[in-house]
Design a binder for this molecule. Structure first.
Ligand code: ADP
Ligand code: MG
Length: 619
């Protein structure tokens, strides 16, 4: 038998390596951006089309490459950043493995133009699937431009594996932000589908964060700074009082490289403990400057984890630095010298009274008014009096069903989370009396013939609102309520993108909202029942929820938006409800299509039946 081992051709080897380096358009962008930074660029422009599937182009004004270097840069293990193994222990550049360009060029059509200042002409090279198609001198600007077209064009399995354009765009924007935040001295811009999404001038650290996250961040941040022999900590944290309503923007960097570090994250959370509610996330942008010899960076090309030699000590230092920052902010008045004057501020109206959202259940609202939609459902009517309740529960054969009514999309409960109470269908008769107990401002407990019905108010309300909003969005007939004063709200570029993507759904739900400048919108009306004082914070949270759902739950815009809206406008825990409000909630809950579960699949109520209770008293 002849020998069977052979060395793989470069193109195959590169494609295999590409699997590690390039998982999606955002990973290619990351590599190109890092190269631009390593090249000393002071201005970087990013052009993306169709979530990066069609095009990712990065144009920098860095050092550029000679003709030979330009050609060599596509070879595997070709790098200008390290020479010896010793160099590996003091890496300060973003790249060094010399794999990125070779890997990207193995799975895409790449065109590079590059020119050094000292050269008269630049070089233009086209590489497709690791094959150099063309190389020639060309006139071009100083610096380098790399276009990556049709990523995975030659690896259909991977191309098909990519998510929708909007999901890939999300990843792209996130990657761009991670790099832009920590390189404030470099001017960065990003165009997506010919639309300018970010334009960030070179600035100081705080201004950069504010330019990315939105102008309302300028009052939310306090600086954090600590210097010891082992580590230098610098950055900004969000003031505790903003942790609840804003999203948790959490960014750690090490030597200006984005990283994830659950252990250090815990240190920050720990420092915030008791200052923010359990379910809130602190915001932070923290750079740790350490001797490169004491960390292990590139365990894996795409991994963002970094190993530190003195983890525990650093943990303690971070925690105390955060505590110190929180403490100093609560003592010093909030005059802000950190922000450059050029930033447009939006001053919140200080005279506004901030109040708890009020529950107003529309007594006339009946999603099943339409007989086609109502099907054979039992709806107790709008008044919620005892008679109607009894009618509801008198239907002895009512089983919790997952309805399949047309026009109403209902989420299916997630397995495991939501077994439906077997006693449910046995509830035959309702109230002996109309008494409701509000327990811990969180549950409504009421007497039903077979036992006790305990309803989780927030989840129940979420279910009610979700079905209501979804109906409105589907039928484009959300009833709108004029705001007393129109509100001008500004969003981050990232959130603006999302808002524009779902603007039809937003309007259908009852928002009267119009673009007013690049990242600014005017809101004249809001869906009935939404009594937020501050639409900007409200919508910001809704969008934040929407973003979470894109990745976790659903791709359907309507469902996602209805869900996010419901989540944010539902009554929060710790709200005192009147008897009537409690009654209405229960009423409306059981008029829902899927009253058993909240929109995210958690049970809305339990029934303790008489037998259960009796059993507890056995001994
Ligand atoms: P690495 O960054 O790990 O060295 P890459 O494959 O990303 O590997 O790049 C290979 C080499 O090509 C780099 O070391 C650098 O010399 C050169 N190069 C890549 N991109 C640029 C750029 N935008 N400007 C100047 N040189 C670049
Ligand atoms: Mg590189």
């Amino acid at each position: 038998m002849s020998d069977i081992i052979h060395v793989l051709p470069d193109s195959v080897a590169n494609q295999i390596a590409a699997g590690e380096v390039v998982q999606r358009p955002a990973s290619a962008l990351k590599e190109l951006l890092e190269n631009a930074i390593d090249a000393g660029a002071s201005d970087i422009k990013v052009i993306v089309k169709q979530g990066g599937k069609a095009l990712i182009q990065v144009i920098d004004n860095g050092c550029g490459m000679s003709e030979t270097d330009a050609r060599l840069s596509f070879e595997r293990h070709a790098t200008s950043k390290i020479k010896t193994t010793n160099d590996l222990f003091c890496i300060l550049t973003m790249g060094f493995r010399g794999e990125a360009l070779a890997s990207i060029a193995a799975v895409a059509q790449v065109e590079m133009k590059s020119k050094r200042v000292e050269d008269e002409l630049g070089t233009c090279i086209t590489v497709e699937g690791s094959k150099v198609k063309n190389q020639q001198p060309c006139g071009c600007q100083n610096g380098t431009s790399v276009s990556v077209k049709n990523l995975f064009y030659n690896v259909p399995a991977r191309r098909n594996f990519l998510k929708s354009n909007s999901v890939e765009t999300r990843h792209i924007l996130e990657e761009f932000q991670r790099i832009a935040i920590i390189n404030p001295g470099i001017a960065c811009s990003l165009f997506h589908n010919d639309k300018l999404v970010f334009q960030l001038p070179a600035s100081n650290q705080k201004t950069r964060i504010v330019n990315i996250m939105g102008s309302n961040y300028s009052e939310r941040l306090v600086s954090i700074e600590e210097e010891t022999e082992m580590i230098k900590i610098k950055g900004f944290i969000g003031k505790p009082q903003y942790a609840r309503k804003t999203r948790g923007e959490q960014y750690f960097f090490t030597n200006s490289r984005y990283m994830k570090h659950p252990y250090f994250h815990h240190a920050v959370e720990n420092a915030f403990e008791e200052l923010i509610p359990d379910n809130a996330f602190p915001t932070y942008f923290i750079n740790l400057e350490v001797d490169p010899k004491t960390i292990d960076v590139n365990i894996h090309p795409t991994k963002t984890e970094i190993n530190f030699q003195h983890q525990q000590v650093i943990y303690a230092i971070i925690k105390s630095a955060v505590k110190k920052a929180i403490g100093s902010h609560s003592l010093t008045p909030s005059i802000d010298f950190d922000v450059e004057q050029a930033i447009p501020f939006t001053h919140p109206d200080k005279n506004k009274i901030i109040s708890q959202p009020v529950v107003r259940v529309d007594p006339d609202y009946n999603p099943f008014d339409n007989p086609n939609v109502a099907g054979n459902r039992i709806y107790p009517g709008s008044k919620g009096n005892r008679e109607q309740w009894e009618k509801l529960y008198d239907m002895g054969d009512r089983k919790p069903t997952t309805p399949n009514d047309p026009g109403l999309v209902v989420d299916h409960p997630q397995p495991g989370q939501t077994e439906i109470d077997p006693e449910w269908s046995q509830v035959q008769h309702l109230l002996k009396n109309d008494n409701f107990i509000l327990f811990h401002n969180r549950y409504v407990i009421t007497n039903i013939k077979s036992g006790l019905l305990i309803v989780d108010i927030q989840r129940a309300h979420e279910r009610i609102l979700y079905e209501k909003y979804l109906e409105m969005i589907n039928n484009k007939k959300g009833s709108s309520q004029q705001l007393l004063f129109p509100q001008t709200v500004e969003f981050s570029p990232n959130d603006t993108e999302i808002l524009l993507e779902i603007i039809n759904e937003v309007r259908a739900s009852g928002f009267e909202i119009n673009e007013f400048g690049k990242y600014t919108f005017i809101i004249d009306g809001a869906p009935e029942g939404i009594h937020e004082q501050d639409m900007s914070e409200f919508l910001e949270s809704v969008i934040e929820n929407y973003k979470k759902n894109i990745n976790d739950l659903t791709q359907d815009k309507k469902i996602n938006f209805a869900r996010s809206l419901a989540k944010n406008s539902a009554i929060k825990k710790e709200t005192r409800l009147s008897e009537e409000e409690m009654n209405n909630i229960i009423d409306e809950l059981f008029a829902c299509q899927a009253p058993e579960v909240s929109p995210d699949g958690k049970r809305t109520h339990i029934i303790l039946n008489f037998g259960d209770i009796e059993a507890q008293f056995k001994n």
